[in-house]
Design a protein around this ligand. Structure first.
Ligand SMILES: Cc1cc2nc3c(=O)[nH]c(=O)nc-3n(C[C@H](O)[C@H](O)[C@H](O)COP(=O)(O)O)c2cc1C
Length: 159
C-alpha cells in the first residue's frame, strides 16, 4: 500500500480506536495495545510515534530491536485488543487467549487479521521530560506511575 494513504488511515483510526504495537523476532516477540500515537513527517520522512511505559514487557523488545510494527484491525477484534492491553506477555502467552495469529514479515511481525500494518524503523527513543509537561498533566498521568518513552520510527513499509 502507498505509505501516504496508510498514514491517513492510521491517523483517523487512532483518534477513536486501538492498535497493536509489536516488536521482536519470530521466535521472541511481544505485542501490546496502544491508543496513543501520531503519524506525520520528520526529517523529510514518513514517521510513526508511539508512547510506551517502561513497565510494559514490550518496552524491552522496542529497545532491543530496530523494527517495530503498528497494526490496525477490523472492529470485530476489539475484545482481543482489550485483552492484549490488560494482560502482560511477561506472565504467559496472552496471544493464545485471542483470535489473532502473528505473521512474520520480511521485517517485523504482523498479524493475519490486520487491515493495515506499518513497518517502522526506530530512529528515536526518548523518555518524556516531566519538567517540560504542564503540572496538571503530570499530576493526572504521572503522579504514581512511570513516565512514557516516545519511540519514533520511519515508516518503511505499509502492508
Ligand atoms: C485501550 C488501551 C490502550 C493502551 N494504550 C497504551 C499506550 O498507548 N501506551 C502504553 O504504554 N500502554 C498502553 N496501554 C497499556 C498496555 O497495553 C498494557 O499495559 C499491556 O498489558 C502491556 O503488555 P505487555 O506487558 O505484554 O507489554 C493501553 C491499554 C489499553 C487497554
Amino acid at each position: 500500500m502507498d505509505i501516504k494513504q496508510a498514514q491517513e488511515q492510521v491517523a483517523s483510526h487512532l483518534i477513536d480506536s486501538l492498535g497493536l504495537l509489536t516488536a521482536g523476532t519470530p521466535d521472541n516477540f511481544n505485542t501490546m495495545t496502544i491508543a496513543w500515537g501520531q503519524t506525520g513527517t520528520l526529517w523529510c520522512r514518513p514517521m510513526m510515534t508511539v508512547y510506551v511505559k517502561p513497565t510494559r514487557y514490550t518496552f524491552g523488545f522496542l529497545q532491543e530491536n530496530d523494527i517495530f510494527t503498528v497494526s490496525l484491525f477490523p472492529k470485530q477484534y476489539r475484545e482481543d485488543l482489550i485483552l492484549l492491553g490488560t494482560h502482560s506477555g511477561r506472565n504467559g502467552d496472552k496471544l493464545a487467549l485471542t483470535n489473532l495469529t502473528p505473521k512474520p514479515l520480511d521485517r517485523g511481525i504482523g498479524f493475519e487479521q490486520a487491515d493495515l500494518t506499518l513497518v517502522c524503523k526506530k530512529l528515536l527513543e526518548q523518555p518524556l521530560d516531566l519538567k517540560a509537561i504542564p503540572e496538571s498533566i503530570v499530576n493526572e498521568y504521572y503522579a504514581s506511575e512511570g513516565v512514557h518513552s516516545m519511540f519514533v520510527g520511519e515508516i518503511i513499509e505499509a502492508l
